[in-house]
Design a protein around this ligand. Structure first.
Ligand code: SF4
Length: 365
């Protein structure tokens, strides 16, 4: 099928005097028209870095994050950035939107696509909205940039329509308020309205439900379901939450230590995961069957994955998952697994995918 957005051999590193930190390592993925692709992995596996690298925002995000604050009496807060040259070639590979490589464009050319063709809802809920501008003002910003000829009155109506769409209560009265007057769930819905207002073809959301309580999470998931159905656009959702990904995705890509270790149709990846990491993630997720068994007196334990994702400065040799993998052999310690095609668009990178137990129950104890 023709892809809308395609990553080819994407790699992103942070330069450092103690050695480069590899955050994204040779990732190839595609997103098709009208599909929802779920990007699943624990925190620290490189999901956010992948998204920012794909959109040409990696350097600016990390240069800012890594800037040192220099304080002196005259200018108390000055930021010292690493030099521009240090960051050259830190992102390599291609990020193709309808065949156009976003990474080969200047930032001004790329801005033509961001916000209008592709929207990005980034993770940090608290800092996503500018505290000094009203939410009406911020929601209309994509229109001001991408449709500058639109009349102010029409723009305001469009803002109300989209704030209504995401069920923001009393939008017509509250659109003049600043973000501090809204709850976390409302702020997330405002960001979703903002991401849709310029009618993009692809919405990318990074951990859209993190830091929200469960009822608000359910509302946000409901909103994404509505977006998929009513707007017919493509969605890429990155989350550590197996439930969120299971709820929304048509296909799933599992990420570990900067690499995609398994990708396939959601049903296949959830019911027949082949990579031990995917199996571990699924086994750490409570199922209805498990709850029924617990209610009937039969106890069944959830089992997590021992250990934690590796520090990007110290990615293990061979298969990066080997220190945590119950099935690792000598080969896994020395040789990176190649991607095997299992048919029906199911791909996995593991030396022992055909030997590892297929039933989740076998590792969920
Ligand atoms: Fe485990 Fe080896 Fe497969 Fe890696 S390649 S997931 S260490 S069995």
């Amino acid at each position: 099928m023709h892809s809308l957005f395609e990553l080819q051999n994407l790699r992103a590193v942070i330069p450092s005097s103690k050695g480069n930190l590899v955050l994204v390592d040779d990732v190839s993925l595609e997103i098709r028209p009208k599909e929802c692709l779920g990007l699943l992995g624990e925190s620290g596996c490189g999901k956010s870095s992948l998204l920012t690298a794909a959109l040409g925002l990696f350097q600016i995000t990390h240069r800012f994050k890594d800037a040192k604050i220099r304080q002196d009496w005259i200018f108390p807060f000055q930021f010292e950035y690493e030099s521009e040259e240090t960051w050259n070639n830190t992102v390599t590979g291609r990020s193709l939107y309808r065949g156009v490589d976003l990474l080969s464009l200047s930032s001004i050319e790329r801005a033509r696509y961001l916000g209008s063709h592709i929207s990005y809802i980034h993770q940090a809920l608290a800092s996503a909205l500018t505290p000094i501008f009203s939410i009406g003002n911020q929601t209309s910003e994509p229109l001001e940039i991408h449709q500058p000829d639109m009349r102010t009155e029409k723009m305001r109506e469009r803002v109300f329509d989209y704030l209504d769409l995401v069920s923001l209560a009393d939008a017509k009265e509250r659109y003049v308020l600043d973000p501090g007057k809204f709850s976390g769930g409302e702020a997330q819905r405002i960001k979703i309205a903002m991401s849709l207002i310029a009618a993009p073809y692809l919405v990318i959301a990074d951990e859209p439900t993190s830091a929200l309580d469960v009822t608000v999470q359910a509302q946000v998931i409901g909103l994404f379901r509505m977006i998929k159905k009513e707007f017919n656009l493509s969605v890429l959702i990155a989350s550590h939450d197996v439930g969120v990904i299971a709820d929304l995705s048509d296909r799933v890509a599992v990420m570990y230590a900067g690499r995609i270790v398994e990708v396939g149709p959601a049903k296949e990846v959830f019911h027949n995961p082949k990579h031990p990491y995917s199996q571990g993630l699924m086994a750490s997720f409570p199922t209805i069957q498990m709850m029924r068994m617990a209610a009937g007196g039969e106890r069944r334990r959830l089992r997590g994955i021992s250990g934690a994702p590796p520090n990007p400065r110290e990615i293990p040799e061979g298969c990066a998952f080997h220190p945590r993998c119950p099935f690792a052999t000598d080969l896994c310690y020395t040789t990176k697994p190649r991607v095997a095609n299992l048919g029906d668009e199911h791909l996995v990178a593991c030396h022992r995918y055909h030997e590892c137990p297929h039933e989740i129950s076998s590792i969920s104890g």
